[in-house]
Design a binder for this molecule. Structure first.
Ligand SMILES: [Fe+2]
Length: 394
């Protein structure tokens, strides 16, 4: 098998590494930076802490503190315009995936004129290099510090789309597990499931490869060992560090294989109904694993066993799939993850948009790569069955 691995972003990992933010920005030549975050990070005091560290290094700070979930294109343009107006020479993204993606868009717009919609998509988009970007995740889930692009909501079309290329490239990811200690349990649970989905989907993707296997397997093992611990005791630093590493490795594992059904479903639920990303992606994971077991049973067995299942040798693909489904369902109950019904959505309204959205995403990937990432055909009927059962059973 031919395998290509590309993980373009330098990462500084470990407890206390955020203390080096100012020094690292100075090393990148920054004198005035745009710091991008959301109101939750502001209220938790994390923004003031990081801004203090940056200012102590003699770097001026301009704050953009209005990041919204599922970053809409107009908001990313506001952040970029602020950076241009203030003539910043660097950008810092601080927070969860939405803040990091907004920061990527803001960096892009420092040297590439708006609207940002002209840079949407994976094909034929060329962007100019821009100022340095440092990202500092405060959740263990998105893995956005490892990826070459960002996810932005195209508000005209009502879909999530990508920006990529040199214009939004990360110059350094600072991954400090200490920043996750104050996360509420519900956020630990949802973001941790996002990390699990990244690793599980890249490991079982039709485009998986040797490098993805190594990073994904370790990420899955770490989630199995530490997610419940981090959920039950947010101050358990070993668990927090394990989950942060799982998140970063999960992000790296997506390079090449990408994700498939769970994320396609989650992205559609996010774009149409604003279901939080981790919750949306995890909402159907048990049934997705059961469905893909027919194509990749031994990989599904590995996932299930890492999460605590005991599956007899010689089990059929169907038995492995059922065990994986039950194991992930039990994990989701243990960490009190809200199910689809708890978001106040009717099954009919979900089924009216999700199967079509997933099919379109897989068709788009087929045009780019010659085949979709789902290891089983992502027909509307199959996705309807997955979502319908997830709605009723999880
Ligand atoms: Fe994700």
């Amino acid at each position: 098998m031919q395998s290509v691995f590309s993980s373009p972003n330098p990462i500084l990992f470990g407890p206390g590494s955020a203390e080096l933010t100012g020094e690292k920005l100075k090393g990148l030549g920054c004198t005035k930076v745009l710091v991008v975050y959301d109101p939750g990070i502001r209220d938790a005091g994390i923004a003031d802490k990081i801004v203090g560290i940056i200012e102590a290094a003699g770097i001026e700070v301009v704050r953009f503190d209005r990041v919204e979930a599922d970053p809409p294109d107009w908001m990313v343009e506001e952040a970029g315009a602020l950076g241009v107006r203030e003539q910043v020479d660097g950008v810092v993204g601080l927070g969860g995936g939405s803040s990091l993606d907004t920061a990527k868009g803001a960096k892009l717009l420092l040297t590439n004129p708006p609207p940002i919609s002209q840079y949407f998509g994976r094909e034929g988009v060329v962007t100019r290099p821009s100022k340095p970007l440092v990202v500092i995740p405060t959740t263990a889930g998105t893995g956005s510090e490892t990826t070459p692009g960002g996810v932005i909501t195209d508000t005209k079309k009502g879909i999530k789309t990508n920006i990529a290329g040199v214009g939004c490239r990360i110059d350094l990811g600072i991954v400090d597990p200490e920043l996750t200690v104050g996360l509420p349990p519900a956020v630990t649970a949802a973001t941790g499931m996002d990390a699990l989905c990244h690793a599980v989907e890249s490991y079982t993707s039709a485009l998986s490869n040797s490098f993805a296997e190594i990073t994904a397997r370790e990420a899955i093992r770490l989630v199995g060992k530490y997610l419940v611990r981090a959920y039950e005791n947010g101050s358990d630093m070993e668990a927090r560090e394990g989950m942060m590493l799982a998140s970063t490795l999960g992000g790296m594992s997506m390079s090449g294989p990408l994700c498939h059904l769970a994320h396609d479903i989650g992205k559609t639920l996010g774009a149409k109904f604003h279901v939080p990303h981790g919750n949306g992606c995890a909402s159907c994971l048990p049934q997705v694993l059961e469905a893909v077991a027919e194509a990749v049973p031994e990989r599904v067995r590995y996932v299930a066993e890492c999460l605590g299942a005991e599956i007899p040798a010689g089990a059929s693909a169907g038995e492995i799939g059922a065990a994986a489904r039950a194991t992930v369902q039990a994990l989701m109950k243990r960490i009190e993850l809200p199910n689809l019904r708890s978001f106040g959505l009717r099954k009919e309204e979900i089924l009216a948009v999700v199967p079509e959205g997933v099919e379109m995403m897989q068709q788009g990937l087929t045009r780019l790569f010659g085949r979709g990432t789902s290891p089983v055909p992502a027909t509307r009927e199959r996705v309807t069955d997955i979502v319908s059962r997830a709605y009723d059973e999880n």
